[in-house]
Design a protein around this ligand. Structure first.
Ligand SMILES: [Mg+2]
Length: 124
């Protein structure tokens, strides 16, 4: 199982990475949307799930979501948007654009595992 973790905060990436690694995932990571698309293109395996921070430089999580949903190669990749309360009002748009779930910062391992379980990607 492979997960993609995209966040401009290295500290946040390492927190998310630790949680999903404990669920048995190998992890790809990137610090913005442009870098994430390059990482995806370079990976022979399509991740089962992408965890996308909303607020990032270069290309934000919403634009990245739209970019991956425009590519058939990633149609089976589930997407969890990770957001602060500031972007919460835009989550409806993200779900319409193809996000599977969203998670609000701050969160703990149990909350993230719960979201993965909801989309069938972790034990409940
Ligand atoms: Mg951010």
């Amino acid at each position: 199982m492979l997960a993609l973790v995209v966040d401009d905060s290295r500290a946040m990436r390492s927190i998310v990475k630790k949680i999903v690694a404990a669920e048995g995932y190998a992890v790809l990571e990137a610090g913005d949307g442009v870098a994430a698309l390059a990482v995806l293109d370079a990976s022979a395996e399509v991740p089962s799930v992408a965890l996308l921070d909303w607020n990032m430089p270069e290309m934000n999580g919403f634009d990245l979501l739209q970019a991956v949903r425009a590519q058939p190669r990633y149609s089976a990749m589930r997407v969890v948007m990770i957001t602060t309360e500031t972007e919460l009002e835009f989550m409806g748009r993200a779900l319409e654009a193809g996000a599977d779930e969203y998670l609000m910062k701050p969160f703990d391992g149990a909350a993230l595992r719960g979201k993965l379980a909801l989309i069938g990607l972790a034990a409940a």
